[in-house]
Write a protein that binds this ligand. Structure first.
Ligand code: FES
Length: 118
């Protein structure tokens, strides 16, 4: 079942912003919880959500560098760049893609929501 996570108000995100968002996810068929982190970024009015931790080692991508022209975030630790649209790493050392998530704004409350499929 898909969960919808409210991560912020739309009007708090400006173009060029990146932020991390911590949440607890169900794992092992809901028998355990795990701490997870998302990366939220806004470029040209579009909001992107990916996993917030690099797939190479443990690095917080919200501390990385956003490239608005290329729509990438570059890991602060070893500088792999990831596509925000597809999650794929564009250069080593990272090889595994980030998961990407659907994002939408709810007009009723102006909230930014991320769809988290189980
Ligand atoms: S931890 Fe991100 S590239 Fe190494």
């Amino acid at each position: 079942m898909t969960a919808y996570l409210r991560v912020c108000d739309e009007n708090t995100l400006k173009d060029g912003d990146i932020m991390g968002f911590d949440y607890q996810a169900n794992v092992d068929n809901g028998s355990h919880k795990a701490n997870k982190r998302l990366l939220i970024a806004k470029i040209g009015g579009k909001i992107y959500a990916t996993d917030g931790i690099c797939t190479h080692q443990y690095a917080d991508l919200s501390m990385g560098i956003l490239n608005e022209d290329e729509k990438t975030v570059t890991c602060p630790l070893h500088l792999s760049a990831f596509s925000l649209e597809k999650g794929i790493p564009l250069n080593p050392p990272a090889e595994e893609p980030l998961r990407t998530y659907e994002v939408f704004v709810k007009p009723e409350d102006g909230g930014v929501y991320v769809s988290l499929p189980d």
